[in-house]
Design a protein around this ligand. Sequence first.
Ligand code: URA
Length: 209
Amino acid sequence: MLIDSRRDEPAANLPTSLDQLYALLEQQTDAPREKFSERLIRGTGPDHADIMIIGEQPGDQEDLQGKPFVGPAGQLLDRALEQAHIDRQQTFLTNAVKRFKYSQRGKRRIHETPNVGEINYYRWWVEQEIRLVNPRLVVALGATAARCLTGKAVTISRHRGEILPGADGRSVLITVHPSFLLRIPDKQGRQVEYAKFVRDLQLAKDFVR
Ligand code: URA
């Protein structure tokens, strides 16, 4: 299993900016490569934000465009953020795993879920993003982000809408991933779950108010 080799980095060596952090990550030769795109997708948003939202990993569109949350899940997230009165431009958006993992099927690139070792590999990097952006609340979208932020498996259906202590003691709001909403086959079920998702985001807004 891949383990995070940087866990014991002395404080004096920690990156002092996001640019430095991502440049350092680009140089890592031990990052998981099998099935991963080469392209590193950095987080977007202000250098300091009250709310930081963490997804699973970039998807096909994110990998092509070089930005997080620009594909179908990102568009759904945008709509829900707007309804929760959260300004995306004032929010920092990033992913637990920084590259797109996929399998090639014909011309299509099919998303593959990152494994625990791959999530663990990127954990230190996410912790550094959080330290630098210094949000008051981190929102975990789905199980991969929740594992990355709490250091353990979290059952989303049981804990969604709860604010849990993250590994560094920072508050982490658990909610579903927007891709989960896109996969719900019936319209009514999708509407119900979408409304709950907006409610979870409103909790985030209330928390930082
Ligand atoms: N899903 C994610 O988790 N992150 C993205 O950036 C896009 C889709």
